[in-house]
Design a protein around this ligand. Structure first.
Ligand SMILES: NC(=O)c1ccc[n+]([C@@H]2O[C@H](COP(=O)([O-])OP(=O)(O)OC[C@H]3O[C@@H](n4cnc5c(N)ncnc54)[C@H](O)[C@@H]3O)[C@@H](O)[C@H]2O)c1
Length: 429
């Protein structure tokens, strides 16, 4: 039933909020290099993974469903700094100069549009490449105009907007977020404390018919007003917070403990991180947003109410420490106190020396490609099946999030199979 999905013809504009950031420039460089055959898209499900179909055979996902060709992607975006993508990538120091030089001209041609920014939402940042907007509504109007102009100037058939910008301060859900009418009114009345800049990007994207992806833990589209708007405009929304390193490990280890009915008494996670993301998260109000996102995982998987003897008293702590010498090469430590037969304790130590943006870039690419696919397949609102890629999967008030990576993977495959009228072939999925 592939015919129900619109083909991926024409150019796909990918507008990245925070286009000068570490994740964004790593995503862009890798995609441009991959399409020239100069790098492999390692870590990308959409590019490399297979799934079993009803004929009992494994097929490449990108051959089962019509995913946009990497050659059709045009990158653009916004940032609070005016540097082009090559300069920004040099600053980020994730990729080596020799790798950036593979696509230097293309990177240099990507110049950010002025950002919708409010210093109160990220006090550590002092960019000057920002829009002057009288109200949040005015911010939205300017962003919508940016999207329209980019689309026309680059001859794009479709646009996806991806937030890979800094984490904003924590804002709790407010009355203004509960309906579209209330949200729009608050934007017009310029209630800056409840309407974040990221909400303006999201609103502008949805209004222009472009899927919106939240890669940070910001509240942003995780509110009823945005669910309502996305449904009304028939646009997919996805998020939040790329599940790249430590949480990825958690959502693999925790299901293993639970499957084996092993108890857990404590889980202490700490990190050192020295990039700009780490600097922003050093601010307590910004860390709070991340902390909420990182903490929810374990309880959801363990279901302590069902297994009080095993998980009724788990002490869970998460720390992020800004430590400049490490730059983007985050080091994460986990100490997990578990217990087994007759309550005897054991300890597990995980020491992950990862590269944050190397892990996040393929997730960002997959979220873009699958959101665009979802749009063409007529899907709208929260894309629960994309929880696989997110630390803090979005869900409405009637549903619980799914954190277990293997359940999430099954959701991806079942959704993709469903798009072409198939289901899992047997218990051997
Ligand atoms: N790297 C990972 O593994 C990972 C995992 C999960 C989530 N994230 C999130 O992804 C985001 C990006 O991470 P990063 O390491 O690339 O950070 P970064 O600091 O290198 O990049 C963020 C970019 O966003 C820009 N920016 C900030 N506010 C903006 C605004 N309002 N409009 C436009 N641009 C704006 C900044 O100038 C910067 O260039 C962060 O929120 C981070 O928490 C990253």
């Amino acid at each position: 039933m592939k015919e129900n999905i619109q083909p991926a013809t024409g150019r796909l504009g990918v507008l990245v909020v925070g286009v000068g950031g570490a994740v964004a420039t790593t995503l862009i460089t890798g995609t441009l290099a991959a399409r020239k055959g100069m790098a492999k898209p390692i870590g990308s499900i959409a590019q490399l993974a297979t799934m079993r179909m009803q004929d009992g055979k494994e097929h490449l996902i990108k051959e089962v469903v019509p995913i946009a060709d990497l050659n059709d992607i045009v990158f653009g975006g916004w940032d609070i700094f005016p540097d082009n993508a090559y300069e920004a990538a040099m600053y980020a120091e994730v990729l080596k100069e020799k790798d950036l030089n593979l696509v230097k001209d293309e990177l240099q041609a990507i110049r950010p549009m002025t950002a919708a920014f409010d210093h109160n939402f990220a006090k550590r940042l002092n960019g000057t490449h920002i829009k002057q907007a009288a109200t949040r509504w005015d911010m939205v109007e300017q962003l919508r105009e940016d999207i329209r102009q980019f689309k026309a100037a680059n001859g794009c058939a479709r646009i996806v907007v991806l937030w890979a910008a800094s984490t904003e301060i924590f804002i709790p859900m407010a009355e203004e977020h509960r309906s579209l009418a209330a949200l729009e009114q608050a934007m017009k009345e310029n209630k800056t404390e409840v309407i974040s800049p990221s909400m303006c990007y999201a609103y502008a994207a949805i209004a222009e018919g472009a899927p919106f992806i939240m890669g940070a833990p910001n509240l942003c589209v995780d509110i009823p007003a945005m669910w309502e708007f996305a449904k009304a405009k028939q646009v997919p929304i996805a998020g939040k917070d790329f599940k790249s390193g430590q949480t990825l490990m958690k959502t693999v280890l925790a299901p293993m403990f639970k499957t084996r009915m092993l108890g857990v008494s404590g889980w202490f996670s700490t990190n050192i991180l020295g990039n700009r993301d780490g600097e922003v998260l050093d601010q307590p109000e910004n860390f709070k947003t991340k902390e909420v996102s990182k903490l929810s995982v374990i309880e959801n998987i363990f279901e302590p109410e069902k297994y009080p003897d095993l998980y009724g008293n788990v002490y869970h702590k998460v720390r992020i420490n800004y430590y400049p010498p490490r730059k983007d090469n985050k080091e994460a430590w986990d100490n997990i106190d578990i217990f087994g037969w007759m309550g005897y304790p054991m300890e597990i130590k995980v020491n992950f020396l990862c590269r944050d943006s190397i892990l996040a870039a393929p997730i960002a690419l997959d979220l873009v490609l699958f959101s665009d696919l979802a749009l063409r397949a007529g899907m709208s609102g929260i894309q629960t099946w994309l929880s696989f890629f997110c630390k803090s999967p979005m869900h409405d008030f009637e549903h619980q999030p799914v954190h277990d990576l293997f359940q999430q993977w099954r959701m991806v495959k079942e959704t993709l199979r469903g798009m072409v009228g198939e289901t899992a072939p047997s218990y051997l999925d």
